[in-house]
Design a protein around this ligand. Structure first.
Ligand SMILES: [Cu+2]
Length: 505
């Protein structure tokens, strides 16, 4: 009996191999495809550059430069500026980024295999740090890093021949390397194969990175870099294109049904690998690891830190497609979320469902403005925060955090989620609202004469400002007693022991 299984398996394998062999023989007769070796760095048009030097077109994310369109090797000049600058990392939160070209990720560079690239790296005079560049598309020790160490106010120049086709990460490699990368110093360089990339309707540039701030996720104001968190690999933010919401709302990527879209996706790290996924789409092709061969019909592709991938899909159904790192807390609690919006006629034979809504997008849904949150943060900073501003901000935050259960109108769901609207439970002790938000609620409670015995999870991921604003919104909505929750109240509630269902009754 024990022997029978491997024997059976063997004969099955032989039976299955026979027709497969015949197919392989037929394929051999066909012209070379991606299943043939490209020859790597040993095969290509590596003759001297022809014609006048070409100035590379650099683009800021999410844009990709046009195809080089060249059929012979050229000398290509790439001029990239290192800029240290303060930019928003989330609504009402700023961070001092170190950038290649003033954006995170840095400018997209596009050349052709066999090109000789003359790289000019300028570090702006007002920079505080020296920087350099290591391009993974360079053959040579350090990938350019040793030749490009550049003090503030200086320019470095070095040349390399692009021997391998592919999509490559570049990054700063100045000590402490992790810190330079964590501050946003990475981008992509595409080395087109000699025949160029297949034509598509749209190309986009997306790059993931993990960020480490001294404050919590969405803690307002200017945030510093937290070295300890970075060493522990505990990011505060995981982002596409350097900012929460860089590609949502009116900045969403766009496409039309019937179009073929290609994404060039990199992962700068410094620490995390990305399980890159587009909710509602299947990648027709993935050039995994940014190399020459593609896999077909893929749901999620792994992009290592310091790696990249290209993926293509055809848009059939209109609506919002959500780009995420499918390590899913990163998407919904650290910012790794972007939207691709496809316009066009419905095709009910492919999909009868409705537009993706708050289920996936929460406060990132189109038409939801987070401006009131930023306004409240700005006023809080100057000590002028009003109750009205808190209510406006709290309303946005409630939609993103509480409304899935308690419903947008606070009515709850009978027998499952108690109402917040006109809640006698809140009225009996309004001070408990911030405590319930932060510590959750378990065990039996009676609200407006109805019994509930369920479990509200703690929302301790919220900042004190957020708790204060949500609490103030709840207290001043739907016939509740009014009042205000301050940031100090929220901090005190955070420090206090969890509330339980029976106290106050
Ligand atoms: Cu640097």
């Amino acid at each position: 009996m024990k022997r029978a299984i491997p024997l059976l398996a063997l004969s099955l394998a032989i039976a299955m191999a026979l027709p497969a062999c015949r197919q392989d023989a037929a394929a051999d007769a066909k012209p070379a495809t991606a299943t043939t070796d490209t020859g790597g760095s040993a095969k290509g048009d590596f003759g001297p550059p022809q014609g006048a030097p070409v100035e590379a077109v650099l683009t800021s994310p999410p844009n990709v430069p046009p195809a080089t369109g060249r059929t012979a090797p050229a000398k290509v000049i790439v001029s990239l500026d290192v800029v240290e600058k303060e930019m928003p990392i989330s609504e009402g939160v700023t961070y001092t980024f170190w950038t290649f070209g003033g954006t995170v990720p840095g400018s997209f560079i596009r050349v052709r295999q066999g090109d000789t690239v003359e790289f000019h790296l300028r570090n702006m005079p007002d920079s505080k740090m020296p920087h350099n560049i290591d391009l993974h598309g360079v053959t040579g020790p350090g990938g350019g890093a040793a030749s490009s160490f550049t003090a503030p106010g200086h320019v470095s120049r070095f040349s390399f021949k692009a021997l391998n086709a592919g999509l490559f990460v570049y990054h700063c490699a100045t000590a402490p390397v992790g810190m330079h990368i964590a501050n946003g110093m990475y981008g992509l360089i595409l080395v087109e194969p000699p025949e160029g990339m297949p034509k598509v309707d749209r190309e986009y540039y997306v790059m993931q990175g993990d960020f480490y701030t001294t404050g919590k996720y969405r803690e307002k104001g200017h945030q510093g870099f937290a070295m300890e968190k970075a060493i522990d690999e505990h990011p505060t933010y995981v982002l596409f294109n350097g900012m929460e919401g860089a590609m949502t709302g009116d900045k969403a990527l766009t496409a039309k049904t019937g179009e073929k879209v290609r994404l060039y996706v990199g992962n700068g790290g410094p620490n995390l690998v990305s399980s890159f996924h587009v909710i509602g789409e299947i990648f027709d092709k993935v050039w995994y690891e940014g190399g020459t061969k593609y896999q077909e019909n893929v749901q999620t592709t792994l992009i290592p830190a310091g790696g990249a991938a290209m993926m293509e899909f055809h848009m059939e159904v209109p609506g919002s497609y959500v780009l995420v790192d499918h390590s899913i807390f990163r998407a919904f609690n650290k910012g790794a979320l972007a939207i691709l919006k496809a316009d066009g006629p419905e095709d009910k034979t492919i999909y009868s469902g409705k537009e993706v809504d708050a289920v996936y997008l929460g406060d990132q849904a189109a038409g939801t403005s987070r401006a009131p949150v930023a306004a409240a943060a700005a006023s809080a900073k100057t000590g002028n925060l009003t109750k009205e501003e808190q209510i406006a901000a709290g309303k946005v935050l409630f939609a993103g955090t509480c409304s899935t259960c308690h419903q947008p109108d606070g009515a709850g769901l009978p027998g499952v989620f108690p109402p917040l609207a006109g809640s006698d439970f809140i009225k009996a002790n309004p001070k408990r609202v911030p405590q319930i938000i932060l510590h959750g609620l378990v065990g039996p409670v009676k609200v407006n004469g109805k019994d509930y015995n369920s479990n509200m999870p703690p929302m301790s991921q919220l900042t004190d400002d957020e708790v204060a604003n949500i609490g103030t919104y709840v207290l001043n909505s739907w016939g509740n007693p009014g009042g205000q929750v301050s940031k100090a109240d929220a901090a005190a509630a955070r420090a206090a022991k969890p509330a339980n269902g029976s106290d106050g009754h």
